[in-house]
Design a protein around this ligand. Structure first.
Ligand code: RB5
Length: 150
């Protein structure tokens, strides 16, 4: 994975269902020259997805990380958890197309993936698109602003 984005530090978080995929993506990120903040979990032992969604959300919202990636079995629970932070726009994606549009239209700052739903290559494709697409601005700017004010 070649880094063409200006985003440098990516926070990662997963529960037990997501951690093997998280580690695949972590290796891709390291290979691509990104700094990684791995907030766990790092074993198959049962772990609660809200804890890791919250940790990644706080890292992104505080500016400690530029972007975040969260993984659980479906991606649903951990995306809900991350989106409880008002500074986060987490997008649950199953493809590179969704990830690209989540950045372009929604200025998503956290990518959520379901390790039990999509294959590894689709996840890698989504991550690559997410990292290498910028927010398009323009007509999307006011809409994204409304996500914080409504
Ligand atoms: C864990 O069994 C599972 O519930 C979790 O990974 C996630 O899919 C929740 O949304």
């Amino acid at each position: 994975m070649t880094r063409v984005s200006s985003k440098r530090l990516v926070a990662l978080g997963a529960d037990h269902a997501g951690f093997p995929l998280k580690d695949v993506l972590k290796a891709d990120l390291a290979e691509g020259g990104y700094e990684v903040l791995d907030l766990g979990t790092n074993s198959h032992e049962s772990a609660d997805y809200p804890d890791f969604g919250k940790a990644v959300a706080e890292a992104v919202a505080s500016g400690r990380a530029d972007l975040g990636v969260v993984v659980c079995g479906t991606g649903i629970g951990i995306s809900i958890a991350a989106n409880r932070n008002p500074g986060v726009r987490a997008a649950l994606c199953h493809s590179g197309l969704e990830a690209r549009l989540a950045r372009e239209h929604n200025d998503a700052n956290v990518l959520a993936l379901g390790a039990r739903i999509i294959g590894v290559e689709s996840a890698r494709d989504a991550l690559h698109a997410f990292l290498n697409t910028d927010f398009a601005g323009g007509r999307h700017t006011g809409r994204v602003a409304k996500l914080s004010t409504h």
